[in-house]
Write a protein that binds this ligand. Structure first.
Ligand code: SF4
Length: 431
């Protein structure tokens, strides 16, 4: 039996696309993980549609497709194509789990939730001709996890030289606009640290990225893991909450274990916005102090900001830009608030009649799909383009990159990559 696993593309998105050389940034973990869960008597092929065209006549008994919300229209198109060619198609992932009925219009079966505890059973059902429409999974306990089948990836298709892996799932927090807790549950789960270390030792590069939503979500576990990473002398990054700045020992171990950079969700400089989105534990007042502590430990910061929150008006772009420059934040990701299915934000906006566009391909956080409160949709989009372009001027990049030699290559790489995105955005006059 042959299983074909497909990751769709979305050319509208600024995130996760392919470079001019035709390479994607890095391989996500989703399909290699499913491949790792697949019994050995199956042949598995991974097809990343971002880098290679789809062939609907390829030999396959079963086709599996997953993707982000913004990739769903393309995912459904691909699913329809394979079904028209006579294949059986299974879909899963965060979006499909939130709206399984929508996916079932394009596929034969859906996995709702994590695949770990149902995948082998689904394949067995398929073999026996007894595939069900819905496989609703419980959360796994993260012990003896299947190792992602990275050998199935064609490395020449990816520009980054790092591997990805996962040590934890979920997040102890539950911000309104985020899908993490609705998908992974309220319980923050961790893998035994020795199992993570064994996987790290098997990687064929000395650089990796923890795909965790908050690697420091349980500080005691994070410290234990980081201690064990120190002797390996590797280089890594992850997403982390700004609460890391409150724990000097955690900061020190993050850096000593090779943690060169952290993606941190600041989201807003307005405490009112933070409170409303249930992220009031982020204290906007102490952001500057936290930034200093993290950077002093030798960790570069990629900050994330969301625009279009209810307390935002058109001044939010200038204020955020000033904050980035004043605090010499190493890199910044900007996102337009996007009501992703499965989130509280989605439900609220839906009930208020504020969702203006249901084309999922626009749900990549670079377009406006709802009615903002404090500015017009046009002002929101213009401001987003302007702050992106201005943050990534050559002059600003140089200012951010010189100084601390620690993590210089990462800072430079990240800034140049964000500049490429900024240059794709329409040019509008300054602030
Ligand atoms: S802290 Fe980050 S990962 Fe956790 S719920 Fe909030 S946005 Fe999601």
């Amino acid at each position: 039996m042959k299983l074909l696993l497909i990751l769709p593309d979305n050319k509208r998105s600024y995130w996760g696309g392919v470079s001019n050389s035709g390479k994607a940034g890095f391989a996500r973990l989703c399909l290699t993980t499913i491949a790792g869960l697949t019994p050995e008597d199956w042949e598995v092929e991974i097809h990343d549609a971002r880098v290679k065209a789809i062939d609907y006549n390829v030999r396959a008994d079963l086709v599996g497709i997953t993707g982000l919300t913004s990739e769903m229209p393309r995912a459904f198109e691909i699913a329809d194509g394979f079904r028209n060619a006579g294949h059986t198609v299974v879909m899963g992932g965060v979006h499909v789990s939130a709206l399984p009925e929508e996916a079932l219009e394009h596929c034969d079966a859906v996995v709702i939730g994590e695949a770990e505890l149902v995948w082998a059973g689904l394949l067995e059902d398929f073999k026996r001709g007894k595939l069900k429409e819905r496989y609703r999974a419980e959360l796994c306990d993260m012990k003896n996890m299947a190792i992602p089948s990275r050998v199935l990836l064609d490395r020449s298709m990816y520009g980054s030289g790092f591997n990805t892996l996962q040590a934890t799932r979920g997040c102890p927090f539950n911000c309104d606009y985020c899908t993490v807790t609705s998908f992974f549950g309220n319980k923050f789960r961790v893998r035994p640290s020795d199992e993570v270390i064994a996987e790290v030792k098997d990687l064929n590069t000395n650089k990796f990225f923890f795909m965790d939503d908050n690697i420091v979500g349980r500080p005691k576990y994070a410290k234990e893991l980081f201690e064990k990473l120190i002797p390996l002398q590797l280089s890594w990054g992850s997403q982390a909450s700004i609460t890391i700045a409150k724990d000097p020992e955690l900061l020190k171990l993050y850096a000593r274990s090779g943690g060169k950079y952290a993606f941190i969700g600041f989201e807003s400089l307005s405490q009112k916005n933070l409170e409303k989105m249930k992220k009031g534990w982020n204290s906007a007042e102490s952001y500057s102090e936290s930034v200093k502590k993290i950077q002093k430990a030798g960790i570069s910061i990629v900050s994330s900001f969301v625009f279009g929150l209810d307390e935002d008006d058109a001044n939010v772009f200038q204020n955020t830009y000033d904050f980035i420059i004043k605090n010499n934040i190493n890199a910044a990701q900007y996102h337009i608030l996007t009501p992703l299915p499965g989130t509280v934000t989605y439900k609220e906006m839906e009930s208020e009649g504020r969702i203006t566009d249901r084309d999922w391909s626009r749900y990549h956080t670079g377009e406006v799909v709802f009615k903002p409160r404090g500015m017009s949709a046009e002002e929101l989009l213009d401001g987003y383009h302007r702050i992106f372009r201005k943050t990534y001027s050559i002059q600003n990049i140089l200012k951010r990159c010189i100084g601390d030699p620690r993590g210089l290559s990462f800072r430079l790489g990240a800034n140049l990559s964000y500049r490429k995105k900024a240059l794709k955005m329409p040019r509008t006059p300054g602030f």
